[in-house]
Ligand binder design. Structure first.
Ligand SMILES: Cc1cc2nc3c(=O)[nH]c(=O)nc-3n(C[C@H](O)[C@H](O)[C@H](O)COP(=O)(O)OP(=O)(O)OC[C@H]3O[C@@H](n4cnc5c(N)ncnc54)[C@H](O)[C@@H]3O)c2cc1C
Length: 398
């Protein structure tokens, strides 16, 4: 495997860097919490990329993909991380989009893929329920056939950004008598404006509003919204989860985070000297960088395998665990570096038009909120404990 970028890949990097510098809407590049952004700002870059034809690079070309190699896709994510770009939300682009073009019928492709590409239609994911997270197959939401409709009843939870969603993809039980719990589940597309849907906010420890409870009461959905075959939803659900996990390592973004951490530790003082000259702190930053380099090599090795025709396998679990551990350590060290400036917490400072000013330097403003927010990464997309179980079974063969 050759880990050097080829001259063509370096030229590609120049091309995308120039495009980003010229076109990225600079006012939507916060260093803080992106989930608190105005919804229009969250999709601004997506819409620009949609017009350029770059919003769904990893999709097959026939559905609007760019035909870039996995290495080019990696370069693309690195260049976006350089400017802290708000990337297209994953729910359409990396989750339901691939399910629709792989398992959906022609009408579903024609109806839904254009809106995902352009960024005009916002999707949410209705998998988890109060009693069904890691053990997803125990989900209880039902879809009962009534003429040419399904009638859906149940409660989903942790539905990210459902408050802005136009459509949702839901896992529902269509055969309660199936021999195995995985066998009676269907994958159904639901218009979020349908009568009977109620989205209730869950307030998070960082003060942000990014997840919801979604209640469905006698929601009537046309049978045409079933993806693939009835009772085969588990297959599509697992396919989607592999896509969800592959981008979760966040190497490019963490690399930028480490650079920022170094800058902060050079500005912050400890005993009259820059924090970065403290041996113990410098050692922790160096260890983080070493782990991040190892993760980057692992990710490039996985990409090289994909380029050689090997599909993403259980390696995505390794990338998920290490990537999220690094993201969490990064926010821990940043909070440590800003010291007491991390303590004041004014969620309203980030509101447009607020006349409150942060107490300390700008880089400290979101450090506590980011620290708390990033606890989620080892839980969502399948918890890290579950990823370890997958590695134990699929890689170690235990
Ligand atoms: C911020 C955030 C956003 C999310 N967004 C969405 C979304 O948009 N849509 C959606 O459908 N879901 C979403 N989720 C839900 C997420 O997928 C679940 O939280 C996750 O799968 C874990 O399920 P759970 O919360 O029910 O925890 P549980 O499954 O109850 O697990 C509790 C603890 O037990 C451990 N555990 C459970 N089973 C095992 C086992 N067999 N072996 C070892 N340890 C085990 C877990 O690792 C965890 O530490 C989101 C979650 C978060 C935190």
């Amino acid at each position: 495997m050759n880990l050097e970028f080829s001259p063509e890949e370096l030229a590609f990097r120049e091309e995308v860097r120039a495009f980003i510098e010229e076109n990225y809407p600079k006012h939507v590049s916060p260093d803080g919490l992106r989930d608190d952004l105005d919804p229009e700002d969250m999709v601004a870059w997506h819409k620009i990329l949609g017009e350029k034809g770059w919003s769904v690079p990893a999709w097959p070309v026939e559905y609007g993909g760019t035909g870039w190699t996995p290495t080019q896709c990696y370069i693309w994510s690195e260049e976006n991380a350089r400017v802290n770009a708000i990337m297209p939300l994953p729910f359409g682009v990396s989750m339901v989009g691939p399910v629709i073009y792989s398992f959906g019928n022609d009408e579903q492709k024609a109806q839904h893929l254009p809106g995902i590409r352009s960024g005009d239609v916002w999707w949410c994911q209705g998998y988890s329920e109060p009693g069904a997270g890691s053990d997803l197959a125990s989900l209880k939401t039902t879809a009962v056939r009534d003429g040419d409709h399904y009638v859906i009843n149940g409660q989903k939870t942790w539905t990210t950004l459902a408050q802005h969603a136009d459509w949702g993809f839901f896992l529902c039980r269509t055969d309660p008598d199936a021999a195995k719990p995985q066998q009676g589940i269907s994958f159904i597309l639901v218009d979020m404006k349908s009568p009977g849907i109620e989205v209730r906010p869950i307030k998070l420890i960082d003060g942000g509003y990014e997840v919801n409870e979604t209640w469905l009461t006698d929601v009537r959905v046309p049978v045409e919204n079933l993806v693939g075959q009835e009772n085969m939803g588990w297959t599509y659900a697992k396919f989607l989860l592999a896509h969800e996990r592959s981008g979760i390592a966040g190497v490019a973004r963490s690399k930028r985070g480490v650079e920022q951490l170094r800058d902060i530790a050079k500005s912050e003082q400890m005993d009259g000297a820059p924090l970065m000259s403290d041996f113990d702190f410098a050692r922790k930053v160096s260890q983080l960088e070493i782990d991040l380099s190892a993760l980057e090599i692992t990710e490039l090795r996985t990409l090289a395998g994909e380029q050689a025709g090997k599909g993403p396998g259980p390696e995505s679990s390794i990338l998920k665990i290490k990537g999220t551990e690094i993201q969490q350590r990064l926010t821990e060290l940043t909070l440590e570096a800003v010291g007491h400036y991390g303590t004041p917490f004014y969620p309203s400072v980030s509101d447009a038009g607020s006349n409150e000013y942060p107490v300390g330097p700008a880089y400290a403003e979101h450090s506590a909120a980011s620290y708390f927010n990033m606890r989620k990464t080892s839980i969502y997309g399948g918890s890290n404990e579950i990823q370890r179980n997958i590695i134990t079974k699929m890689i170690l063969g235990l």
